[in-house]
Every structure is written in structure tokens, then in C-alpha cells.
Ligand binder design. Structure first.
Ligand code: NDP
Length: 431
């Protein structure tokens, strides 16, 4: 097949095209820092007293810019990334095939994200047990340095992937070959850059260095509070809840590693700055905002509010897990609940009962309930700790629309038929 037939030009834009891609590429790093400086005891609160003069004085002060860099944090981050690569290489794991690529080839992946997590967790808990909670507070103390280190890693990877995508024979993402460098750099030009044997950079980044680091950062927040308050027994119930909920979410994603091979990030999107900065910088250092806030704003919830929040989280988790389970089983040729479905002209089948008969993205509904439960423990004194649920709602509404458009292209009038059968997009009977 000729190169142009294999890699057709992208003729439609998402994210409002190059201007949108440019603004998001700039906005994500700025927002990550802003969420730190806008909600931190170092700057005076969440939010700190707002003074335009303070912001402009900081931005025009070279010392402030220098403060974003921390050599120790950068070296620690590099060591962490290397640890993840080495763990991938040496820990045993099954080899599993992903979906078929346009070339007709199936990629093979090594499944050991969960064992990498267990190893990292074992080393962390061992360190804390041996040397006390103060030995694991460095992620809290060097937070800005870690943001900068992970941001540099995401930029380096995105630039390297964009540059290497011009080598002959590279399989490009159908949406990442517009010819506009700003847009293609952001959205991801090559489908699977830096893919050698069972190693694939995109899949590796999606689950390991960012996701596991998110949970380790949460643990560091608990250690910081324990150090300040005189031991783990003094850590507030609100912070334990956030740690437990997010730990469950991270463990679930890592344990169900093969589940990501059918997600659009893996099957459709290229690997560019959107995914590199999302996986490596945004995810670990924005998603831990609630835990970081609770370090300097200890909140005791009490039994009844805690029970209600736990209920909200588990309702969300139940919907998220059963909905994803129904679809994964079905896509793997199993239908243990005998759910109804119809066969499309393309030969592929779509579920029309169970969770997927109630809305077209029931898994997003579960995810949103969990996101709410992660913010509720922070109380109501600041809207900033509700950033995650707000941003995530926007992301999932946009993602649902993207997926709907893709499914419409894939299934044509059969998708219209499915939309009539299942009119709700995310929340059954509501939206
Ligand atoms: P989904 O797992 O929701 O998969 C969408 C695909 O499922 C469609 O493209 C279609 O693909 C298939 N499908 C749609 N309807 C049906 C049906 N009725 N029967 C069978 N198959 C159907 O996509 P995502 O990758 O967006 O989400 C995966 C999970 O990750 C979700 O739980 C989501 O909440 C979570 N997520 C979390 C994020 C975070 O930052 N925490 C970010 C994004 C997602 P096909 O027909 O080709 O199989």
C-alpha cells in the first residue's frame, strides 16, 4: 500500500482546530501551575487573597521563575520514570494482543501494570514503616518541582514523537495528519510512536508513570498530615476517604489493564502533547488536588457524612465497573447476562439492554459519581476543590460527543437506530 493510501490526509479538525490546539497546549501547563499557586498554603490559601499586583510582581521576578525548577525533584522524577520502564521490562506478565491496526497487524502488549503498582506500593509502605511518615513527604514539599519535571518530560516526548513520525513507514493516526504542525503536534501524529516489540510508549504512559504517581502523591499527602498532627491515627477521616477512593480507582484501572486496548486513546488517537501532558503531568498533579488541600485544611467529617460519601463513591464504582464489564465481556465474545443486542451492517454488534440500554455512556455516569465523592470530603468552603468534577464533566461531555461522531462514521444508519433505542447520552433519563 502506498504511503498516502495508508496515511490519508486529515480533513476535519477537533478541539476547534489549530487555534484550539494551541490554546490547550498553553492552557494545560498554565492551569496545572495555577491550581497549585491558587490553592496552596505557601501562597496563602485556597484561593489566596487575590491581588493582581502580587501576581504581576511574581511573574516579573526571575527568582519566582527559578523557583519552578527543583533539581532534586527533576532527578527523582527521572528515577521514577526509569523505575517504571525497568519494572515493565523485568516483572513477568502475560502477552496480550490489542485490536487490529489499519495495516492488518495486531500489536502485542505486556500486561504487568498492576505488578508494577504493587512493587511501587510495597517499596513505599516499606520506606514509611521503616523511616516514618516524614520520609515520604517530599512529593508535597517539592510539588512545583515535580510539576515542572513532568511537564518537561511531556514536552520532550511530544517533540520526539512528532519528529520521528516523519520517518518512512510510520503509521499515522487518522486524525493527526492534517499537515498543520501545531495541530498535529498536539493531537498526535503517529499512532504508536516509540513502539518496540511489546513496548508501546502511548500505552505505557497511559497507565504507569502518571497513574501510579497520582496515588503515591496522595500517600505523600497523608504522610505530610500525619507528620504535622503526630501520627497516622491523627489523620482526618476526609483525607483517608480521598486516599481510599482514589486508590480503588487507580488499582481498578491497573488491574484491568487490557481494558484500555479498546479505548479511543489507544485505538484511534495518536500520541502527541495532548496525551503526553495529560498522562504525565496533568493526571498526577491535578487529580491529587483534594488530598493536597486537605493537608493544610484538616476536616473531620464524622460518621454520617462519611457514610453518605462512601455510598456515592460505591454507587459510582458499581455503575462504572458493571457497565465497563458488560461491554468488555461482550467485545470479547462473551455475554454472561444474556443482554439484548443487534448486529450492525458492519458485522459488529451493539448492546441494547443492561447498562448500555439505559444510556450510550453509562460508564461515564459512574465515573462522574465517583468524581463527586472525591470532592465532597473537602467541604464547601472553596469551589477550587470541585475543579476535578467540573473539568471532568466537560471532558466527558466532549468525549461522549467525539465518540458518538466516530460511531456514526463507523456504523452509519445503524448508529442512528441505536440512538433512537437509547436516547440518553450519559445519565439515564436525564441527559
Ligand atoms: P468507552 O469504554 O465508553 O467505549 C466507547 C466505545 O464502546 C464506542 O466507541 C464503541 O466502540 C463501543 N460501544 C458503544 N456503544 C456500545 C454498545 N451499545 N455495545 C457495545 N459496544 C459499544 O470509551 P472511553 O475510552 O471513552 O472510556 C473508557 C473508560 O475510561 C470509561 O469508564 C471512562 O469513564 C474512563 N475515562 C476516564 C478518564 C479519566 O481521566 N479518569 C478519561 C477518559 C475516560 P466499538 O463499537 O468500536 O467497540
Amino acid at each position: 500500500m502506498s504511503a498516502s493510501a495508508l496515511n490519508p490526509r486529515t480533513t476535519t479538525y477537533e478541539f476547534l482546530g489549530p487555534p484550539g490546539a494551541f490554546l490547550i497546549s498553553l492552557g494545560v501547563p498554565i492551569c496545572t501551575y495555577a491550581l497549585y499557586f491558587g490553592c496552596s498554603e505557601q501562597t496563602g490559601g485556597c484561593p489566596p487573597p487575590l491581588a493582581v499586583s502580587r501576581i504581576s510582581a511574581a511573574l516579573s521576578d526571575p527568582a519566582w521563575w527559578k523557583g519552578l525548577w527543583d533539581t532534586q525533584a527533576a532527578l527523582m522524577y527521572l528515577a521514577w520514570y526509569t523505575f517504571c520502564v525497568v519494572a515493565w521490562a523485568i516483572l513477568p506478565g502475560d502477552h496480550v494482543q490489542g485490536t487490529t491496526l489499519r495495516t492488518g497487524v495486531k500489536k502485542t502488549y505486556k500486561i504487568n501494570a498492576f505488578s508494577t503498582f504493587l512493587l511501587a506500593l510495597g517499596l513505599t509502605v516499606g520506606t514509611i514503616t521503616r523511616y516514618g511518615p516524614q520520609s515520604f513527604t517530599f512529593l508535597y514539599e517539592k510539588f512545583v518541582g515535580f510539576i515542572t519535571a513532568s511537564l518537561i518530560m511531556s514536552i520532550v516526548q511530544a517533540v520526539a514523537c512528532y519528529a520521528s513520525s516523519f520517518r518512512p513507514g510510520a503509521l499515522l493516526a487518522l486524525g493527526g495528519n492534517s499537515g498543520n504542525p501545531i495541530y498535529d503536534f498536539y493531537i498526535g501524529r503517529e499512532l504508536n510512536p516509540f513502539s518496540f516489540g511489546a513496548f508501546d510508549l502511548k500505552t505505557f504512559n497511559e497507565l504507569r508513570p502518571g497513574l501510579i504517581l497520582w496515588f503515591l502523591t496522595d500517600i505523600s499527602m497523608v504522610c505530610e498530615q500525619a507528620t504535622r498532627r503526630g501520627g497516622f491515627s491523627q489523620v482526618t477521616d476526609s483525607l483517608w476517604l480521598v486516599l481510599f477512593f482514589q486508590g480503588l480507582y487507580v488499582s481498578d484501572a491497573l488491574y484491568n489493564e487490557p481494558g484500555i486496548f479498546t479505548q479511543m486513546d489507544i485505538t484511534t488517537d495518536g500520541f502527541g502533547f495532548m496525551l503526553s501532558v495529560g498522562d504525565l503531568c496533568w493526571l498526577p498533579f491535578v487529580y491529587c488536588l483534594q488530598a493536597r488541600y486537605l493537608v493544610f485544611t484538616p476536616i473531620e467529617l464524622g460518621v454520617v457524612p462519611s457514610a453518605l460519601i462512601v455510598l456515592c463513591n460505591f454507587a459510582g464504582y458499581y455503575i462504572f465497573r458493571t457497565a465497563n464489564g458488560e461491554k468488555n465481556d461482550f467485545r470479547n465474545g462473551k455475554n454472561p447476562k444474556n443482554l439484548e443486542f443487534f448486529t450492525t451492517e458492519s458485522g459488529s454488534k451493539l448492546l441494547t439492554s443492561g447498562w448500555w440500554g439505559l444510556s450510550r455512556h453509562p460508564n461515564y455516569f459512574g465515573d462522574l459519581l465517583m468524581a463527586l465523592a472525591w470532592s465532597l470530603p473537602t467541604g464547601y468552603t472553596t469551589p477550587i476543590t470541585y475543579f476535578y468534577i467540573t473539568y471532568f464533566t466537560v471532558l466527558l461531555i466532549h468525549r461522549q460527543r467525539r465518540d458518538d461522531e466516530m460511531c456514526e462514521k463507523k456504523y452509519g444508519k445503524d448508529w442512528k437506530k441505536y440512538q433512537k433505542l437509547v436516547p440518553y447520552r450519559i445519565i439515564p433519563y436525564v441527559y
